[in-house]
Ligand binder design. Structure first.
Ligand code: FAS
Ligand code: PHB
Length: 412
């Protein structure tokens, strides 16, 4: 781990300002209170390692932000081992399969038969609530609504994070910085661009997602390939349905009144039976663009990127949240190794270790997206997609490959 020495020569504080700078000392400074930052903070706490989490949004915003919904078995196992899974066990919905619908027919991918594993449907915002409560109950430090966060000297043995709150400047002095601040955060951009390689694919479509006060119309998730475009039926509880439909990446939500949304979802999710989607008041709607994105390496000296700060997957494979958790599980283990044995070998290997899973998950998410979304124009692609769907739902080997990736590959 090549580190610059003598950080004092890099002190950037003028005497006047430094008087207002309150200083906090911790072992790991974490930027971002999403799944990556909060799981990392609690994993470190369980190992007796001190951290501070900085979050620029309010606690309420973080706990109400509707995002992912599907947890891999490995994520569920880890949350339970961490002691934060009690409500998830009570309220989460355990699913042993998904349905793939095309050509008017549904085809069930039976996870139990093919992998012996299950997924759990439990909203990301619920996990955030559980993790914030666990952190605060164990006297963890999370500073919400901070401003102007910046990271400094992370290529020395004295990294620091500066931020403003209540009109004052604060500084966190730490041994390591974890950049868990998502795709639009400040940590990745702070790394010299010549030190990073970006791999990216932007898709020519996005998802219009809604949360509806309507009982789910199926016990399991339905992924539908339709001439009008992709649609997904998911859920959050026996009373709340989560639905998505393929749209253009810059879709104007104003052109999607409730009746149009429901009509399009009914069309795309229809099969040859008299099955119909339950409708109800739409509580929330939004458009999410789609990209595959990876930055290599996921670390720079004493700063480590985790989750969306390092990679983005199209949500078709339900992987974003799960990959963030897998990253910080590796990082927490490496930090424990450093603090208990004084060795940096696992920290030095962090990026290589994470990227093996990251690229397998990127492949699966790209594959699910390419198979299920109507691409403009080319009739060859549509026939190829139908052949792929037919193969996946009629070959045990092919459906087992989908199932083992969907429920989650074994963690490192
Ligand atoms: P997050 O983005 O969740 O968390 C980063 C945190 O850092 C945020 O709280 C942010 O406010 C904070 N932050 C950012 N900049 C900061 C700064 N300068 N200072 C301090 N804090 C800062 N994944 C799925 O699997 N299924 C889905 O259906 C799905 N839907 C999604 C919908 C949307 C609109 C988005 C954006 C993502 C979706 N994802 C989905 C992916 C999502 O679940 C992410 O993979 C997951 O939140 C990743 O967690 P984190 O890496 O912790 O990043
Ligand atoms: C969700 O429930 O939000 C969800 C489920 C499966 C996906 C994406 C999103 O692939």
């Amino acid at each position: 781990m090549g580190l610059r020495k003598h950080p004092d020569e890099f002190a950037s504080y003028d005497p006047h300002e430094s008087k207002q700078v309150t200083q906090i000392r911790t072992q790991v400074g974490i930027v971002g209170a999403g799944p990556a930052g909060l799981v990392l903070a609690h994993l470190l706490h369980l190992e007796g390692i001190d951290s501070v989490v900085l979050e620029n949004r309010s606690r309420q915003h973080c706990e109400e932000r509707i995002r992912a919904g599907v947890l891999e078995w490995g994520t569920v196992e880890l949350l339970n081992q961490m002691g934060v899974g009690e409500r998830m066990q009570r309220e989460g919905l355990i699913h042993y399969g998904i349905e793939i619908r095309f050509g008017g027919r549904g085809h069930r991918i039976d996870f139990k038969d093919l992998t012996g594993r299950a997924i759990t449907v439990y909203g990301q915002h619920e996990i955030i609530k559980d993790l914030i409560r666990a952190r605060l109950e164990s006297n963890g430090q999370i500073f919400f609504e901070v401003e102007d966060v910046s990271v400094h000297q992370f290529d020395t043995e004295y990294p620091s994070i500066r931020y403003r709150q209540d009109g004052n400047t604060h500084e966190i002095r730490c041994d390591f910085i974890a950049g868990c601040d998502g795709f639009h955060g400040i940590c990745r951009p702070a790394i010299p661009t010549d030190a990073l390689t970006v791999y990216e694919r932007v898709y020519p479509f996005g998802w219009l997602g809604i949360l509806a006060e309507a009982a789910p119309s199926s016990e399991e998730l339905i992924y539908a390939y339709n001439d009008c475009g992709f649609a997904l039926h998911s859920m959050r509880s026996p009373q709340i349905t989560r639905l998505y439909l393929q749209c253009s990446p810059d879709e104007d939500l104003a052109k999607w009144p409730e009746d149009r949304i429901w009509q399009e979802l009914q069309t795309r999710l229809a099969d040859d039976s008299d099955w119909r989607l339950n409708e109800g008041p739409i509580l929330q709607k939004g458009v999410t663009g789609m990209r595959s994105f990876v930055v290599e390496p996921m670390q720079y000296s004493r700063m480590f990127l985790a989750g969306d700060a390092a990679h983005i997957v199209p949500p078709t494979g339900a992987k974003g949240l799960n990959l963030a958790v897998a990253d910080v599980r590796v990082l927490a283990r490496a930090l424990k190794h450093f603090y208990s044995l004084g060795r940096t070998n696992l920290l030095d290997q962090y990026s290589v270790t994470c990227l093996r899973r990251v690229w397998r998950v990127q492949r699966f998410s790209w594959w699910m997206t390419s198979m299920l979304h109507r691409h403009e124009g080319n009739p060859f692609d549509q026939r190829r997609q139908l052949a792929e769907l037919d193969y996946v739902t009629s070959s045990r080997a092919a459906s087992q490959s989908l199932a083992e990736n969907y429920v989650g590959l074994p963690m490192e």
